[in-house]
Ligand binder design. Structure first.
Ligand code: TZP
Ligand code: MG
Length: 220
């Protein structure tokens, strides 16, 4: 299905894989809880030594999570894996600087998916802006994060604000974001926040997601 992208979908963007789970929940349970609370996008990002997902279960897990997202009418993104995204007809694909070449990905998905691209420096944004077909940038880490072992240095709120000013494309901020940071993040005119632990470790997911939804996102 042709996907229509709207930057409001970046308001409360939950990113999560089995490596991010608290002890008492399965990934589908946690994702459904977040969907019920009102997240506006979900990204299946399952990777690294702490992932507990068997390679043979990856497709069925992606299908199950996609179905859950469809039930709540929320776009389902896959991190990095274009083949899997195409197989399950995901609404979107998110690509990092070290993943498959972005121009190649855009070619492969041929306008059928929302395309997100990680850009966290002025140079990356400048290069990205020359490529047609990117819908949004994911920029960060804003702050120190416990959820990504190979995270780049933090760009901070000042770095984030500079990136937003440099591009007309929507940016979603990621990395180390806590509920109390949301107003300051929104002040930079990003379209929203993408979070792992703020939701996966939350003791009250409804309240956490409500804080994201009720933030005064200014948008550029
Ligand atoms: N990319 C940059 S930071 C990060 C990713 C995937 C991890 C974000 O996780 P958290 O728990 O919200 O800091
Ligand atoms: Mg990646």
């Amino acid at each position: 299905m042709m996907q229509k992208f709207n930057p409001t979908q970046l308001t409360a963007y939950f990113v999560c894989g089995t490596q991010d789970l608290p002890a008492n929940k399965s990934l589908p349970e946690l994702v459904e809880e977040a969907l019920k609370a009102g997240i506006t996008a979900y990204q299946f990002r399952d990777k690294g030594p702490k992932s507990t997902l068997k390679q043979s279960d990856r497709l069925s897990m992606a299908e199950e999570l996609h179905q859950l997202c469809q039930k709540y009418d929320v776009p389902f993104f896959i991190d990095d894996d274009v083949a899997l995204a195409k197989k399950v007809h995901a609404e979107g694909i998110h690509v990092g600087q070290d993943d498959e070449d972005i121009a190649q990905v855009i070619n492969e998905v041929a306008g059928q998916m929302i395309v997100g691209y990680s850009c966290s420096t002025m140079t990356e944004i400048a290069k990205g802006d020359l490529i047609a077909g990117i819908d949004y940038y994911g920029s960060g880490p804003i702050f120190t994060t416990q959820s990504k072992d190979d995270a780049d240095p933090e760009i901070g709120l000042t770095g984030l604000a500079k990136l937003v000013k440099r591009t007309s494309r929507p940016i979603v901020a990621i990395g180390g974001i806590k509920v109390t940071d949301l107003p300051a993040i929104a002040q930079t005119n990003v379209a929203g926040a993408a979070v792992i632990s703020m939701i996966s470790q939350s003791k009250d997911i409804k309240k956490t997601v409500a804080a994201m939804l009720n933030t005064n996102w200014q948008r550029q």
